[in-house]
Design a protein around this ligand. Structure first.
Ligand code: SF4
Length: 401
């Protein structure tokens, strides 16, 4: 009998459907599972092989899991997914989409998952239900272990920012991850960017037990139709998100972070201010200017910074509220850099481990770092020669030689 917390099983006529962390599925042909031994699924997290030694069954079943997790897909989008765990041979440093991003500052970013349940018009990474990118999900224990190594290296008080390419609460282990971070003495703040759609009072109560936690919540409109249009999905429920903001602000530190996108929600900013001011406990409001990104959907022109700040100043005076957040509000310090195993210009050998976010691009591994290699066919475990083209902040891009 084997029980798995992060996996669930469903037997169909032809397949065993395995779901990882509630969001990612792999399908195994029944005959391959039955080739191990006859089995039953007495509850969704347990698989019970009969007439076979338990250890033997587990070994053979792990082998099947490895094989079919190569074809893991995201239930929301059908996109392929790579599961990054302690035995995957994929480090957590080197890629901007997953793992740990350390920019020599006292805020370390962690990214345990990619994927989003919205499709915001302004999304700077074109994430969401229409995304066709490759997704990643990281084993929680692996993330915490690797992060702790960096925290020991830094040896200073730190903020951990959970800023994923997508919606972080799609990660089923998020509550446990936050609890683990809360328990690390040198972590003084855990901040998380969320669209709020997956939160409710019960979840907020559980999160609020972590007094280092700060929620950065999106709110781009008050009018229902405009909110749906900006979120890019008809099912977006602004009233639910407003309730989440109201309740969370009473329990936790909350920053409400609208993105002002020309042609979409200019007229909503005053309504957002009035909403925020009407709450029992007023959260911080930090209106952001929409910026165009190479990877973004870019539905609008940027507002000139000068005009943007003039607008904020006008709104601040009219509504007696602070809207311009300064660097000091975030308490960011420079800290010692992480060692780089190689630098721009180096030619190295690396091993292809998985596809990267974008098509025709792979992640190759060398010196405990991930290197994005565009224009390279995915052949697992193939050795390639690459020339490092980017090494800034230990985020690596290499050219196939
Ligand atoms: S919620 Fe965030 S990640 Fe998701 S689509 Fe909107 S901007 Fe992108």
């Amino acid at each position: 009998m084997a029980t798995f917390e992060t996996l669930s099983f469903r037997k169909t006529e032809k397949e065993l459907v395995v779901t990882l962390l509630k969001l990612f599925t792999a399908k195994m042909p029944l005959e391959e599972v039955e080739a191990i031994a006859p089995f039953e699924v007495p509850d969704p997290h347990t698989i019970n092989f009969k007439k076979i030694d338990v250890e033997k069954a587990e070994t053979r079943f792990s082998f099947l899991l490895d094989k079919y997790f190569e074809h893991l897909t995201n239930k929301l989008t059908g996109n392929p997914v790579t599961y990054i765990h302690r035995n995957s041979g994929i480090p957590l440093i080197g890629n901007v989409a997953f793992g740990i991003v350390y920019r020599n500052s006292s805020i370390i970013e962690i990214k345990p998952v990619t994927s989003c349940n919205l499709d915001c018009v302004y999304c700077s990474i074109s994430e969401g239900l229409s995304s066709k990118k490759h997704d990643f999900v990281v084993e929680k224990e692996y993330m915490v272990e690797e992060l702790e190594k960096i925290i020991r290296f830094v040896d200073e008080p730190l903020e951990i920012h959970i800023g994923v390419q997508g919606e972080p609460f799609l990660y089923a282990d998020m509550q446990y991850l936050i609890e683990d971070l809360q328990a690390i003495p040198s972590v003084h703040t855990i901040s998380i960017d969320t669209n709020g759609t997956m939160l409710n009072k019960e979840k907020i109560d559980a999160l609020a037990k972590n007094d280092k936690l700060q929620l950065n919540l999106s709110l781009d409109a008050i009018d229902e139709e405009i909110a749906k249009k900006v979120a890019g999905v008809q099912s977006y429920n602004i009233n639910h998100v407003k309730e989440v903001i109201s309740y969370a602000s009473q329990k936790l530190k909350v920053i409400v972070a609208p993105v002002l996108t020309q042609g979409y929600n200019e007229d909503q900013m005053e309504k957002i201010i009035l909403f925020v001011k009407s709450l029992p406990k007023q959260p911080i409001l930090g209106i952001q200017n929409f910026l165009r990104y190479k990877t973004g959907r870019n539905p609008a022109k940027e507002i000139l910074w000068e005009d943007f700040y003039t607008l904020l100043e006008k709104l601040e005076k009219k509504h007696d509220i602070k809207l311009r957040l300064q660097k000091e509000d975030f308490n960011i310090r420079k800290i010692k850099p992480l060692p780089k195993p190689f630098v721009e210009g180096d030619e190295i050998t690396a091993v292809i481990k998985c596809p990267d976010r974008f098509p025709h691009s792979v992640i190759a591994v060398s010196g405990e770092r991930n290197i994005s290699v565009p224009g390279c066919k995915f052949v697992k475990d193939k050795k390639i020669r690459v020339k490092i083209q980017r090494d800034k902040h230990n985020i690596y891009v290499g050219k196939l030689l």
